[in-house]
Design a protein around this ligand. Structure first.
Ligand SMILES: Cc1cc2nc3c(=O)[nH]c(=O)nc-3n(C[C@H](O)[C@H](O)[C@H](O)COP(=O)(O)O)c2cc1C
Length: 160
C-alpha cells in the first residue's frame, strides 16, 4: 500500500461535505503492518472469527466529534457517512476494495475505544468505523440490490 494512495483516500474523506462546514470527521491511515495486525487482533473476541477485512495491509480509522452545528443540532453522523462514502469511492478508483465496518466498533463492547487508545486518540474523538484497504484476493461478488424502480422514480413517487 503506497503512502500516496492512502493519502489520496484520506484526502477524499476530508473533502466530503459537512453540516455547517463543521468538519467533525478526522481520519487516521494505518499502513504500519505490525500495527494493522495488532489492531485486528485487539478487536477479535476470544475464539471468534477475525473481523471483516482482517487480512488487509492497511486501514483507515474514522474519528468523529459530536460538535453542535446550531441550536441542539449535530450532523456528525451525516458528516462521517459522507466522508466514508468518499473514501470507499476513492479506494475503488485506485484499484482497492474496502468495507464500511461500523458494527464491530460501535457495539456495546466499544471496541472502537480499544482501537482509539492504541492510536493515542483523545477522549473527545470517537472511533466510529474502520475501512480495511487492500487488493481483493478474489473477484468481489456484488450483493443483490432491489430493482431500480422499487426505489427510484422520475417526476413523482412511483412514476417511471
Ligand atoms: C452504516 C453502515 C455500517 C456498516 N457496518 C458494517 C459492518 O459492521 N460489517 C460489515 O461487514 N459491513 C458493514 N457495512 C457494509 C454493508 O453490509 C454493505 O454496504 C451492504 O451489505 C451492501 O453491500 P455493498 O456495499 O457491496 O453494496 C456497513 C454499511 C453501512 C452503510
Amino acid at each position: 500500500m503506497p503512502r500516496e494512495h492512502l493519502t489520496e483516500i484520506l484526502a477524499a474523506g476530508l473533502a466530503a461535505p459537512s453540516g455547517c462546514n463543521k468538519q467533525t470527521t478526522s481520519v487516521i491511515g494505518v499502513d504500519d503492518l505490525a500495527l494493522v495486525k495488532r489492531l485486528y487482533a485487539a478487536i477479535t473476541p476470544q475464539g471468534d472469527a477475525p473481523p471483516v477485512g482482517s487480512t488487509s495491509p492497511a486501514m483507515v480509522c474514522v474519528l468523529a466529534r459530536r460538535i453542535i452545528a446550531y441550536g441542539d443540532r449535530t450532523y456528525f453522523v451525516h458528516d462521517y457517512a459522507a466522508a466514508i462514502q468518499n473514501m470507499l469511492l476513492a479506494a475503488v478508483a485506485l484499484g482497492y476494495q474496502s468495507c464500511w465496518v461500523e458494527g464491530y466498533v460501535t457495539d456495546a463492547d466499544r471496541l472502537g475505544r480499544v482501537m482509539a487508545d492504541m492510536l493515542d486518540v483523545p477522549q473527545e474523538y470517537e472511533l466510529v468505523c474502520y475501512l480495511p484497504i487492500g487488493v481483493a484476493a478474489e473477484p468481489v461478488a456484488r450483493v443483490r440490490k432491489k430493482p431500480f424502480y422499487e426505489r427510484a422514480w422520475f417526476n413523482g413517487f412511483g412514476k417511471r
